[in-house]
Design a protein. Structure first.
Ligand SMILES: Cc1ncc(COP(=O)(O)O)c(C=O)c1O
Length: 371
């Protein structure tokens, strides 16, 4: 790969993933400031960048550590020197337990979420055999109806987990996406943040009453990020997408288009009809999670009204009939994806850009770490 560091971004070959450094740095600082004011610790989810350099920037700005979804992601972060790692996902199966113990041996502070006795028992056995203990947060179904215990069942569950010799409960976590992703606009999101925090906070109070340590009461997503108030009921948030944002967040009203730091640089490779241009970014280069909010696969950042309405493997179909201007074959365009985490997972490198110049090129080391 020819070095493009110090060169104009237009010299980067396409498709390529770009991050606007100024916007990303602002996003990091804004969330950290708001969380400091609310007395909340920030433990960002790295799913939105999968890049050690960015995790280190978040920690330098004040994050207490990082959240990962996969052991593979946590292994990458540990190798990069991140010291406080939380894996917030269901870890099931002997290979994962073996890797978890190995990871714990080289991570100063490792914790996981548990939501089944199958996971909890296996983790306890693996850590007991290694002569170690593991800190865990019991998982609450905070309305996403994905994983986690119901509020009425979680105290019993925690009581059972507490019997296991090698696990130490240090808190409760929940992913309250329904408090966030079903709302639109700042005022509604403020309510969502308060309701989510109160919901998880009330369960934490029950758990504390039952004698469980509640050092960490963990919630948070991006639409609610920066919208919590002091004493809301949480002690930490795990927001991830806030870092780079995406069209979904713009639609929800959790950020402005100017606060989207991520884009995909693509080249217009054909213009077969007056209303249809084709870019070299299709399913292999753009997130496919369409229809969550806006109906499209990508929005041309610098050409309002130009929308990627269909994608094949190698082709993005751009509708230009409503666009502010026409596109020309050979020109490079920046495309905002519907969702950041899946788009990032498609690329090996992230081009860090400031004022149109490539300042750095980072390897997205934790991309594709699916186990
Ligand atoms: C468990 C958990 N925590 C935190 C997050 C971060 O949420 P967001 O992407 O809204 O920032 C996610 C996102 O999927 C998640 O699954």
């Amino acid at each position: 790969m020819r070095s493009v560091t110090g060169r104009p971004v237009t010299e980067v070959d396409t498709p390529a993933l770009l991050v606007d450094l100024t916007v990303m740095e602002d996003n990091i600082q804004r969330l950290q400031r708001a969380s400091d004011q609310a007395g909340l610790q920030v433990r960002p989810h790295i799913k939105s960048h999968k890049t050690p350099e960015i995790a280190q920037m978040q920690v330098r700005a004040g994050a207490v550590g990082v959240t990962c979804a996969k052991i593979g992601e946590a292994e990458v972060m540990a190798s990069a020197g991140l010291e406080d790692i939380f894996i917030a996902n269901c870890l099931i199966g002997a290979p994962k337990m073996r890797r978890l113990v190995a990871l714990a041996k080289r991570t100063p502070k490792l914790s996981i979420s548990v939501e089944s006795m199958e996971c909890a028992r296996a983790a306890s056995e693996a850590f007991e055999a290694a002569g170690m203990t593991l800190e865990v947060l019991v998982e609450l179904n905070a309305g996403a109806d994905r994983t986690g215990k119901e509020p009425g069942d979680i105290v019993d569950f925690a009581n059972q987990v507490a019997q296991l010799p090698a696990l130490e409960i240090v808190g409760v976590m929940g992913y309250g996406s329904n408090f966030a992703y079903t709302r639109r606009g700042h005022e509604e999101l403020l309510k969502g943040a308060a309701e989510e925090a109160a919901f998880i906070g009330a369960v934490a109070a029950d758990l504390a009453k039952a004698g469980h340590r509640m050092d960490r009461i963990s919630g948070g997503s991006t639409p609610t990020a920066g919208r919590y108030k002091k004493g809301c009921g949480l002690t930490e948030i795990r927001s991830g997408t806030y870092l780079l944002n995406d069209m979904n967040q713009v639609d929800i009203g959790s950020c402005t288009i100017e606060q989207v730091a991520l884009s995909i640089l693509a080249t217009v490779v054909a213009h077969p009809t007056p209303d249809r241009a084709i870019i070299d970014a299709g399913t292999k280069s753009l997130d496919q999670q369409v229809g969550q909010t806006s109906d499209g696969y990508g929005w041309l950042r610098d050409v309002p009204g130009a929308v990627v309405y269909k994608i094949n493997d190698e082709h993005g179909f751009v509708g230009v009939s409503e666009a502010q201007r026409d596109l020309e074959i050979g020109e490079k365009v920046r495309v905002i994806p519907p969702r950041t985490p899946t788009a990032v997972n498609l690329y090996d490198y992230l081009y860090a850009v400031r004022d149109g110049m490539v300042e750095d090129v980072w390897r997205i080391v934790a991309r594709g770490k699916n186990t």
